[in-house]
Structures are given as C-alpha cells and as structure tokens.
Design a protein around this ligand. Structure first.
Ligand code: BGC
Length: 745
C-alpha cells in the first residue's frame, strides 16, 4: 500500500503534474551554469550524434544536434576580416551580395602599433562582424613567430618576439569573444614556413618551444581565455600537430588547462587512430588526405578520419567513449558559449565605426624608418605630387590565400592622396614597373584593370620624366599577395624587392634629392638604397582603409608611432638560418616526412642579431615620429631582490617636440651570467604613451621572476638563477640608454 502510494507520487512528479509546467531542459536554459548545460545535452545524445559534432559537414561548418535543436558551428576566416560566403563544398564564393565586409589591417600591421587598446578594438570590431554574419568561430588570430622573413604568411602573424605577440594577442581574443564568437588561435605550432607545410617535421627542442614558439598561444589560452585553437599542418618532432599527443594533450589541455576545442587546419588531420586519441576535437578540411588530393563537389565528409572511421573504432572498441565524450563536451561548450550563449549578441557589419577603427589601427601601425625632413609632406600651393609604383594603385584586400577578403570598399593610396590634396595640389601616378596584374581570387574581383602595354624601359623612362616635373615624389612599392610574396602556400625566395624596384628607386633617387620611399609589405625587405633617399616608411596591407591611413601619416594628420615588430636585416644571409636542415628542411633516409632542425634554438630575430653583433638595416622595436621624445630618470624599485619577487622599473617620457605623438617605452632584460647560453637582450615590457607637446608621463613596468628565467628542459620548469641582471630601457632593441643593474639573491 505504502510503496504503491510513493510510486504514484513519483509517477505524477515525473509526468510533471506537480512540478513547474513546460520546464525547458537544462541545456536550453542559458541561465544555467555552462557545465550543467553541457552534461545535460551530452546525456541526451547518441554516439552517432556525438561523432557528428567532431567533423566538418561543409567547407566551413561542423555538425550540431538537429534533433535537440543544437545548432551547427559556423567557422570563418579570419584573421583580417570575415571571409565571403563560399559554396557548401567549394572554395569559390557563393555570390552573395550582402557579405562585403570591413577588411582590417594585416596582423603584422596591428603588432606594429604596440598598442593593446588597438588590439582590443580590432578584436571587438571583427568579432562584431563575425557575429552579424552568424559565424561562431573566427579562424584567427595567427601567432606563429617570425623565424624566417621568407615565410609566406608572415603578414598574418604578430612579429618575431613572443612577448610582443603574447601581449597583443590577448586583447584581440577578448575583443572577439566579447561578441559570443570563439577566437581560434592558429597555427599551433611551429608552423613557420609554407614550403612543404603538410610534409615537414619541425624538430624543435623543449627550451626553444617554451621560450619562443609557445608563449603567445599560452597567453591566448590562459590570459585571453581563447575558446578554440587550430592545429597546424606540419609535424612537431615527427607527429602531425593536429593530433600531436604532447602538444595537444600534455601541453595545451594538460599544463595549460585549455577547455575549448582543437580544430584541425583544413585537411590537417592525417590519421584515424591519432585523430581519435590525441586531442583533436573537430576535423575540418578540403580533402580527406592531402596526399590523395580528393577534392571537389562531392560529399566526402563521412569519410573524414573523425567521421565513419571513428564510428567504426568506437563500435569495435578501438576508440574510447571517454575520449568521444571529452570531444563532444568541448564542442557543446563552444556552442553554448557562442550561438546558444546567455547574452544576446547581434553584431554589426561594415559600419562606419568599423571602417574608422580599421583606419585608426592601420595608421597607428605605420612605421617611419627614416626622415631627413621630407615628411610630413610640404607641397607648394598648386604644386604637383607624383606617386610612382604599382602599390600606389593596386588593391590588396583580395588575394594571399585564406585571408583574402571581399570588402565593401578599399581606399588605395592614389585616391586617398587626391582626396587629401583636393584643391591644393595635383596628384599624378606613374606605375614604374609591372608586378602582379591579377585582380581576383576565388572569384572575388577588385574591378581594377591592371593590364599594361608599356615595356619596362618605357615605364621607367616615363616615371623619371614625370619625376623631373614634380614638386614631391613618393615611391610606393613593396610586395603584394602573389606567388612567392606575402601569400599562403608558398614562401618568398629572398628578401630583395621584386620587379626591379631597387633599380627604379636608385634611378629616381638620382634625379629627386628628397625622394620618399613607402614599402608596403607584410614582411621585411632589404633596403640597399636606404642612404640615398630622404625618407622611408614601412606600411602594410592596411585593409579597407589602407590608402587613407597612409595619406594620414604622410600628410601629418596622424603622427607616426608604429614600431617594427620584426628586424629588417641588411641581407638574408645575415640571419640565423644557415643550412638546408634549418630551412627549408631535408629528406632523410628512412623518414617519411621532410626533416627540419631548429638548430638556432632561441636565437631568432633580434635575439640572433644583437647576440651576434650583426648590424641590421632597422632593428626590432624601431620607429620614428614627427616629434621628439626624451627619456629620463629611469629607476628600479630595488637594486636587489629575493628570488621570486617582482621589481618595478619606471622612467619619465617627455614629448620635447612641437606636435602631439606617441612613444613606446621598451624594457629588455639581460642575464649577466647564466649556465645556459642566453640572448643578450629579451623584451619583457612595453608601454605606448600618447603625449601632447611639452607633456611628460611616468611609465612603470613590472619585471616578474619569470621574465628573468629560462626554461630548463631537463627539469621541465622555468629556472631563475640568482646573480646579476641588467634591466635595459629605451625605445628599440638597439636604443637602450638606461642600464639598471639588478641582483637576484
Ligand atoms: C589555412 C587556415 C585557414 C583554413 C580555412 C587553411 O589552408 O592554413 O589558416 O583558416 O585554410 O580557410
């Protein structure tokens, strides 16, 4: 009697008679804790439904749970703007007419601002665009280190220094994710070249990994809270990175506690067993295996390593349910953090605010390398300005690989200068050389006509003749996004300017005493003519507002404040990569994949040049302004500290010139005596300060114990050896007037 009464009550409760009517399942209720939603959804799913979450269902989407109303994940490139809509199964754009985005400056341009606030603005703005376009995972930013200036994707990364990249990546990630869009930080890891990117093992020791190649990813995860990471195409120590056990399970998910998704690079997953077991969560792709290059408009997604082959493994026990649940949990977490998140996000797209943000970021990252007085431009009333060079005209938001964009409008330098000098001076253009005449990528077309009938001799003669008639001459050249330049899928062949530009610059300099040279590129170029020209500007692929940003800086509307995020060497051969085994890798007897050895260890970029005492054209961290700054009164809060304690360095910066401007105070550390070989200086602090004329500010930078440490591979930990250090303060890696001694006890 009693038992049946209880059963009755239970049945009534279960039927919902006495409980709240129509209560939603926990996973649908965004006010519930995230993990509760995840567990609730997981408990309702079949094995097949879980597997559907772990692989692509189209070029840019991975599965959801249709039965439960859990949406699929939509991924998008990244990292400079929201990619145009592509066909379900093809790379070609789908021909939508409402998907023209704001193209933001390339990431090297962002890194050159050395401004954390601008990185936040970038992330917030691009995240809003992703959200508006209903994308949940933004494939960016990229933080691979500038190991060689030849890497074709240098322009998509944030420089050669792990500290700079770490500090710049965090606000970008936070900004993107504040929109309920996951930032997918790429390409994890040691994917520092495009040559044979799917066939090369980067053989790198642990110290070099932890000191140089991992910190920016770690910062993105631990400080930025990144929800997604993209595994790279290459191998680390002979295991593919999309399922590299040490990289993904031990380091990323183990040591760093990452709870988000690991997404494969497109086609980067290469092995059934490893894909199931080694920490990959979503397999995305183009083909099943790059070796077979099966491609095209056929539904191959069920053949993916993490699709039917995975199901078979799960069914016969070769793959574990725990691993599957772990993957499914991570994907669900990402869906609940993005499209099913508690906060409503709607985003915004191609708005005036976004174009203004792009222009501000682009201008603030332009670097003034030399100025003997030609800048800012002074043009006599009614005078003539001549621009020479293809990059004064060529649109460059289209091209370069997966970061290619379709933008609502693109400002080119020629138009921007005409706008800036309207009614004041005439602005003419001479092409000077023919570089890249393509004007389309994946069927996105710029609409420009870049055909040319003149010979190279004629182009040069026309440029020289026009230069003789002009009051001011500005050469605007550099690289572009065609093969062997700043482009995904191939590397540059050397660092010499292509298309005979060095000769054109020399010829112009011979007739124009105050020639201004603007190099537009995403990676360093040699400048053998530097002493023969009056002014040199390093500009970038600045996105939709590229031309305006350049005109802003050259006219003085914006005072340049960018600093180089990489070294500009005199010659490629001065750099640390001397042998084929270092770059681009060698074929070894008995090994399936190409082998590449990072023999240079931690000595890349300025760490190499400064330690070796090799002169460079322009050092890392360098950049001039139209005003002058004075640094004074540099101090440390203590000259001796106990190991484990922080110390604060402070310095006064004064704007001693007549226009407002910004300086970047930089702090480097030097270990006087160490049991391991260390670079003579390493960046460990920076702050950008905007000052009115005559204004000064006190800048404080904290040096933490880890900033003085090195990674001891044997002990697998950071080691701070007591002894003497120097805290170096200044305005570039080669201009460090303050040397403050510090003893660690
Ligand atoms: C690139 C990734 C990109 C993906 C999707 C790959 O080829 O390496 O960076 O996000 O394609 O377009």
């Amino acid at each position: 009697m009693r038992t049946s009464a209880i059963s009755c009550l239970f049945l009534l409760l279960a039927a919902g008679c006495c409980g709240p009517k129509n209560s939603e399942p926990a996973y649908l209720d965004p006010s519930r804790p995230l993990e509760e939603r995840v567990e609730d959804a997981l408990a309702r799913m079949t094995m097949e439904e879980k597997v559907a979450l772990t692989h692509a269902q189209s070029k840019f989407s991975s599965g959801g749970v249709p039965r439960l109303g859990i949406p699929e994940l939509w991924h998008t490139d990244g990292p400079h703007g929201i990619r145009p809509e592509v066909l379900w199964d093809e790379w070609e754009q789908a021909g939508w007419t409402n998907d023209s985005c704001t193209a933001y400056p390339c990431l090297e341009n962002l890194a050159a601002t050395w401004d954390r606030d601008l990185s936040l603005l970038y992330g917030k703005s691009i995240g809003e665009e992703a959200r508006y376009r209903k994308k949940n995972v933004l494939l960016g930013p990229g933080v691979n280190m500038g190991r060689t200036p030849l890497n074709g994707r240098t322009f998509e990364y944030m420089g050669e220094d792990p500290y700079l990249a770490s500090k710049m990546v965090v606000p970008y990630v936070k900004g993107v994710q504040s929109n309920g869009v996951a930032a997918c930080v790429k390409h994890f890891a040691v994917n520092n070249q495009e040559v044979r990117r799917t066939k090369t093992s980067s053989n790198v020791d642990d110290r070099t990994m932890y000191e140089i190649y991992l910190p920016a990813f770690k910062a993105a995860v631990q400080e930025g809270g990144a929800w997604a990471i993209m595994g790279s195409y290459n191998l680390w120590n002979n295991q593919f990175n999309c399922h590299n056990e040490r990289l993904l399970k031990d380091i990323l998910k183990g040591e760093w506690g990452f709870d988000g998704i690991v997404v494969s690079d497109w086609g980067g997953c290469r092995d059934d067993d490893e894909a199931a077991a080694n920490g990959l969560d979503i397999e995305m792709g183009t083909w099943v295996d790059p070796e077979t290059e099966v491609d095209g408009a056929s539904n191959l997604y069920n053949l993916y390593h993490l699709a039917n082959p995975y199901l078979e493994r799960l069914r016969d026990g070769r793959a574990s349910q725990e691993e599957l649940d772990d993957k499914a949990r991570r994907v669900l977490r990402t869906i609940f953090r993005t499209s099913m998140s508690a906060e409503p996000h709607y985003g915004s797209f191609a708005s005036p605010e976004h174009f203004a943000a792009g222009r501000k970021i682009a201008a603030n990252g332009i670097v003034l390398l030399k100025n003997d007085g030609a800048l800012p431009l002074q043009v006599p009333e009614g005078g003539r300005i001549l621009l020479v060079g293809e990059n004064a005209y060529k649109m460059m938001t289209v091209g370069g690989g997966s970061s290619s964009l379709k933008t609502k409008h693109e400002s080119i330098p020629l138009d921007a200068f005409r706008e800036a000098f309207e009614g004041k001076a005439e602005v003419c253009w001479e092409r000077g050389y023919v570089g890249d005449t393509t004007t389309d990528y994946n069927r996105v077309v710029t609409g420009q006509d870049l055909s040319e009938s003149r010979s190279q001799e004629q182009l040069l003669a026309d440029a020289i003749a026009a230069a003789r008639q002009a009051d001011r001459v500005i050469f605007i050249g550099g690289l572009n996004k065609s093969k062997n330049q700043d482009k995904e899928g191939c590397d540059r062949l050397d660092i010499t300017l292509p298309y005979g530009q060095n000769e054109i610059i020399e010829a112009l300099a011979a007739v124009v005493p105050d020639l201004i040279v603007v190099n537009i590129s995403g990676s360093p170029v040699a400048m053998p003519w530097a002493s023969k020209v009056n002014a040199i500007v390093q500009s970038w692929y600045g996105g939709s507002e590229s031309g305006h940003a350049l005109a802003d800086v050259l006219t003085g509307a914006v005072n340049p404040s960018g600093k180089l995020p990489f070294t500009v060497p005199m010659a490629l051969s001065d750099g640390p990569l001397k042998t084929e085994r270092q770059y681009p890798g060698i074929k070894e007897e008995g090994k399936t994949w190409w082998q590449e050895y990072y023999d240079e260890g931690v000595f890349i970029g300025y760490r190499w040049y400064s330690t070796q005492g090799i002169p460079v054209q322009y050092p890392f961290g360098f950049g001039l302004s139209y005003t002058t700054f004075e640094l004074s009164d540099a101090k440390l809060s203590a000259t001796a500290v106990k190991s484990g304690k922080e110390v604060t360095a402070s310095v006064t910066v004064k704007n001693t010139g007549s226009v407002a401007g910004a300086e970047v105070v930089q702090l480097y550390v030097h270990d006087a005596e160490s049991s391991v070989e260390r670079p003579v200086r390493e960046l460990k602090g920076f702050q950008k300060v905007y000052l009115e004329p005559g204004e000064s500010a006190r800048v404080s930078l904290t040096v933490k114990p880890e900033d003085l440490s090195f990674f001891d591979a044997d002990a697998h930990s950071w080691v701070l050896e007591p002894g003497d250090f120097d805290i170096l303060i200044g305005t570039s890696s080669e201009a460090l007037p303050f040397d403050l001694p510090l003893t660690v006890r």
